[in-house]
Ligand binder design. Structure first.
Ligand code: HEC
Ligand code: HEC
Ligand code: HEC
Ligand code: HEC
Ligand code: HEC
Length: 171
């Protein structure tokens, strides 16, 4: 009677859609993910020009967030640099700047709000950026080094005798 009878084929199709959804949501939080960015930013090129991580991520030793540079910080250099070769990405940078828009970078890392992380303690403990972020400084495309789950935090805290009290990370 109904025009929307569930045929076996429809069921299989529905199951496939659900499965695909699960697969996509799993991938988007996977280690190794390297999302497309609004413009191609190369950590390697900037690193080879001896620009320090903390020059761009200027709050990393002070606040809870390391900070992604604002367009104006990029322009502090690029306004005064004649590019060696035409670059569509540099043109895009100028477009964002002239429009007064921030670049909508796709984030790799974001812990849930109920956790409490601050770079400062870890930098004071002299843990390298690369221990947690991999070799991002040498790459042309930022890649998620790993998924930060609770087990990852706990393993290192146990090894290094840092606090494993629940309230250390959950307040
Ligand atoms: C401290 C100075 C400095 C800052 C800040 C800076 N850059 Fe650069 N950038 C450079 C240098 C040096 C190069 C390499 C020389 C060149 O390609 O012109 C470069 C190259 C580039 C290139 C060209 C890469 C290629 O394909 O040749 C792009 C795109 C770029 N930067 C984007 C950005 C963006 C986006 C920001 C802000 C998030 C930024 N830069 C911040 C100095 C800087
Ligand atoms: C010239 C500026 C600049 C320098 C220098 C720089 N970064 Fe970045 N960083 C960026 C920009 C812009 C992004 C966002 C775009 C992207 O992910 O490619 C970013 C993204 C990141 C991210 C991913 C953050 C997230 O959650 O999406 C990490 C981690 C990071 N940088 C670490 C480093 C480390 C470690 C160094 C030094 C080895 C460094 N950066 C040097 C500009 C810079
Ligand atoms: C002990 C591991 C650890 C070390 C060491 C570490 N990070 Fe992170 N970083 C993280 C975690 C976890 C996040 C996600 C934080 C969040 O979502 O609140 C993060 C986020 C970031 C981000 C994303 C943007 C933001 O505002 O938070 C940047 C950029 C970054 N780190 C840069 C650095 C740089 C540069 C260094 C070295 C000076 C460094 N990190 C050292 C674990 C680490
Ligand atoms: C590679 C090792 C390592 C990883 C990974 C790591 N930590 Fe830590 N953490 C440390 C060390 C070492 C300290 C400093 C302990 C001290 O000063 O006594 C610390 C300190 C802290 C403190 C402050 C503790 C206090 O006593 O005030 C918090 C909060 C914290 N970490 C949260 C996190 C969270 C959340 C994660 C995961 C997202 C994480 N850490 C991942 C090594 C690590
Ligand atoms: C060193 C930091 C740290 C400590 C200590 C810690 N947690 Fe967590 N916890 C985290 C992080 C980071 C997450 C978020 C993980 C994610 O995004 O998947 C989390 C997630 C959780 C969740 C959410 C469910 C889940 O697993 O994703 C619960 C519940 C939780 N923690 C309970 C606890 C309890 C209970 C303790 C004490 C025995 C504790 N945590 C100690 C860092 C910590």
């Amino acid at each position: 009677m109904s025009r929307f009878r569930l045929t076996p084929n429809a069921l299989i199709a529905a199951a496939a859609v659900v499965f695909l959804g699960v697969l996509i949501s799993a991938c988007s939080s996977d280690a190794g993910a390297s999302p497309d960015q609004p413009l191609a930013f190369s950590h390697r090129i900037h690193g080879e020009n001896e620009i320090d991580c903390a020059y761009c991520h200027e709050y990393v030793d002070r606040y809870a967030v390391a900070g992604i540079p604002r367009v104006q910080s990029c322009m502090d250099c690029h306004e005064f640099m004649e590019p060696e070769a035409p670059s569509a990405d540099l043109d895009l940078l100028v477009e964002f700047s002239e429009a007064g828009d921030e670049i909508p970078w796709v984030r790799l890392y974001e812990l849930p709000d109920y956790t409490h992380f601050n770079h400062r303690w870890h930098i004071e403990a002299e843990i390298d950026c690369a221990t947690c972020h991999g070799d991002i400084g040498a790459s042309d495309r930022a890649t998620r080094h790993m998924v930060y789950d609770m087990g990852w935090c706990m393993t290192c805290h146990e090894e290094q005798e840092a606090s494993v009290d629940c309230l250390t990370c959950h307040t």
